[in-house]
Each structure stands twice: as C-alpha cells, then as structure tokens.
Design a protein around this ligand. Structure first.
Ligand SMILES: NC(=O)c1ccc[n+]([C@@H]2O[C@H](COP(=O)([O-])OP(=O)(O)OC[C@H]3O[C@@H](n4cnc5c(N)ncnc54)[C@H](O)[C@@H]3O)[C@@H](O)[C@H]2O)c1
Ligand SMILES: O=c1ccn([C@@H]2O[C@H](COP(=O)(O)OP(=O)(O)O[C@H]3O[C@H](CO)[C@@H](O)[C@H](O)[C@H]3O)[C@@H](O)[C@H]2O)c(=O)[nH]1
Length: 325
C-alpha cells in the first residue's frame, strides 16, 4: 500500500480484519471493511473507484492450521479468489496481481526453484494457492484481464522507514517470533526440527524483504497494464538461511543471546525452499535491495517501536485508571 501511494496510485483496501486490526492501513488509502469474496461489495467499490487493477493479498496463511482445518483454507484461498476474479473480470478491471507462494512447489532439492518447476505442494495451504493460480489463469484469460502471479518466498522484515511491519495477534513466523524473544515479550524460541537434510539440520528458507516484495508488485502491475499478459514470477533472494542462522542473525543484530529449545518438526514444513528469481530480474530488472541482516534489523526496529508504543499506551491507561479511581 505504501509503495503504491508513493508511486502516485489511489488505493482502496478491502479487508475483513480476520487476521489484522486495520491499524497499519496508511492514511492516504481508503479502507472498506468486508470480505473480498463479497461480490456485491466488490462490484460497488469497483464501480465507484473505476479501479484499473487489483492486488489480491487476502488469504489464510498458516501451513499448520491449513492441515488441521483444510475447508476454511480452500474457501478463503480458492473460492474467495474465484469470486473476486469473476467480479473483477465482469467489471472490466484490466489487471490482477495475485500473492502466491513458494509453498506451491512443495519440497525443494536444495537448488533454487524456477517458475517452470512442476508444482507439487505438500500442504493444504500450498495446494489452495496452486489451485487458485489455475482458476485465476482461466478466469483472467476468459475475461480479458491481465494476470501477474507472484510466488513470494518467506516475506519478512518491516518498512525501512518504520511505518509498517508484522503485527500478528498470534505470531508464528520465525523472524517475528525471534524478535519477540529479543525484545523480551517471549522467553525462548522453539526450533521445529534439527534432523532435516540441511548443513545444520534445521530447515532452510529464502527470506525476502517486504519492501523488495512491494517493489516487485509495482513493477509487475505496471508491466501487465502496459502489455497485457499472464506472467508468473518468483520473488526471493536466491539465498537460503537455516532456522539456526536466522536466530543467530537476530541475536547478533539485537546484541543479546536468543534462548532456544528444540521441538519436533512442524507438520507440513518442507526442508529447503530457495528461489530462482532470475525471470523477474531479466524481464523487469527487479533486484532485492535488502539481505538477511537488513531484514532482521528492520524487523527488530519495528518490534522495539511497537514495544515502546504499547508501554506508553499502558502507562497512559494506568494513569487514567489512577485518575478514575
Ligand atoms: N508471509 C509470507 O511469508 C508469505 C509468503 C508467500 C506468500 N504470502 C501471501 O501473501 C499474502 C499476504 O500475506 P501476509 O503475510 O500479509 O498475511 P496476513 O495474514 O498478515 O494478511 C492477510 C490480510 O488479509 C485479510 N483477509 C484474509 N482473508 C480475507 C478476506 N476473505 N477478505 C478480506 N480480507 C481478508 C486479513 O485480515 C489480513 O489483513 C497472502 O496471500 C499470503 O498467502 C505470504
Ligand atoms: O517458532 C518458530 C517458527 C518457525 N520455525 C521454522 O522456521 C521456518 C520458517 O517458518 P515460518 O516463518 O513460519 O514460515 P514458513 O512456514 O516457511 O511459511 C512462510 O513462507 C511461505 C513461503 O515459503 C509462505 O507461503 C507462508 O505464507 C509463510 O507463512 C520453518 O522451517 C519453521 O519450522 C521455527 O523453527 N520456530
């Protein structure tokens, strides 16, 4: 949203606040509360705004939850996407950019994964996104709508200017949890599995900065608006980091040890996922500006500012309670 506003676009956000509280929607964007699968609502907004493009981020995103409770994942990630795409195509929206994921590939073999690799997701989340990709491709081509599918690897970090970052009610992402330990809101972090076929036994992922992902969205949207087409791009750095390496980076940047405890593998987690993003680099000139240390530094800055903000807010609440009593 910030990247779109900075690039001069008018932005309307539709969010049902199912996994957020709306506090990070920037001032310059219009906010509409609702589900993106609500055809009447979306049609009305598209009529009002005459939007040329939709960026479709809304989804349910936990691998573990998707395995425990698949139906809501298929509903939110597949059915809702189908409804949104149908309304968008009917309304004459010219382009859609869809948030897909590395989870569509399934298990990597250690080498960077390119877009033409056969999709073999190993969890419900990945399957729901792979199915949504296919449904979108059909609906977009029948409706004359351009489509950009961005398969991001592990989105992480925070806005370098400190305006936004992760703010999940129940954090489960590695870097977010590790920064909570660094700022003292958690005692320790669990390492889910140290018996993977990787150099240190912990799972390897390709962590890509949210600002780099945002830049990729703007590039792809502009491109498919100018030259309508269907394109699929990986968004990753091409570098893998193990769970241990990430925790070490957080400890290094925070200047304090991060207590860890060993735990069994998390069901549905692949061992290694690393991106080959050369298509995005060659076709659109995209390059990641940030590496793992920047990601961790920005995530930590964000977490510290949130901790300071909630401390100030709770001081203020305590003072109000003191005055009231
Ligand atoms: N976080 C990652 O590492 C990662 C990696 C690859 C792909 N993705 C994809 O990127 C997208 C954004 O991920 P995120 O990490 O910001 O997730 P998130 O859970 O933080 O944000 C999702 C947002 O969508 C909203 N939402 C969910 N379902 C909705 C619906 N039906 N209607 C309206 N709003 C709805 C939620 O309230 C929330 O604000 C998702 O599509 C996800 O699958 C994320
Ligand atoms: O407390 C924790 C949290 C995570 N992990 C491990 O850290 C790695 C990364 O986990 P996490 O940050 O939860 O991300 P992923 O499960 O890899 O999934 C993310 O990355 C995918 C793309 O690779 C996206 O599609 C998903 O939406 C997004 O949640 C995994 O091996 C986890 O088992 C731990 O060991 N301890």
């Amino acid at each position: 949203m910030i990247a779109l506003l900075e690039n001069g676009y008018a932005v309307t956000v539709i969010d049902d606040l199912s996994s957020s509280d709306g506090s990070l929607i920037p001032e310059g964007a219009r906010f509409v509360f609702g589900c993106v699968g609500d055809a009447a609502l979306v049609a009305t907004i598209l009529r009002q705004t005459r939007a040329c493009a939709i960026m479709h981020f809304a989804a349910s995103i936990s691998v573990a939850q998707s395995l425990k409770s698949p139906a809501p994942y298929y509903r939110n990630n597949l059915s809702v996407t189908i409804d949104l795409a149908r309304v968008a195509a009917d309304a004459g929206v010219r382009a859609m950019v869809f948030s897909s994921t590395a989870a569509v590939y399934g298990e990597g073999d250690g080498s960077p994964l390119a877009e033409d690799r056969v999709l073999a997701p190993i969890n419900t989340y990945g399957r729901s996104k792979a199915m949504a990709e296919s449904a979108l491709a059909d609906i977009a081509s029948a409706g004359g709508m351009a489509l950009g599918i961005l398969r991001y690897f592990n989105a992480a970090g925070a806005d370098p200017a400190g305006r936004a970052g992760q703010a999940t009610a129940d954090p489960h992402h590695l870097i977010e949890v590790a920064t909570h330990v660094a700022t003292g809101t958690r005692d320790a972090i669990a390492i889910f599995g140290n018996d993977y076929p990787t150099p240190d036994g912990t799972a390897v992922r390709d962590y890509v900065h949210v600002a780099d992902i945002a830049a990729a969205h703007v590039l792809v949207m502009r491109d498919i608006l100018q030259a309508p087409a269907q394109r699929t791009y990986n968004v990753g750095t091409g570098r893998g980091a193990s769970v241990r390496e990430v925790i070490d980076a957080v400890a290094r940047v925070a200047g304090a040890p991060i207590p860890v405890r060993m735990a069994p593998r998390r069901h549905g987690d692949p061992a290694i996922l690393i991106a080959d993003s050369s298509r995005l680099a060659t076709e659109l000139g995209w390059r990641p500006r940030y590496g793992l240390d920047d990601i961790v530094r920005h995530a930590l800055m964000w977490e510290r500012s949130r901790a300071a903000y909630s401390a100030t807010a709770s001081d203020a609440r305590a003072r109000l309670v003191g005055i009231a009593s």
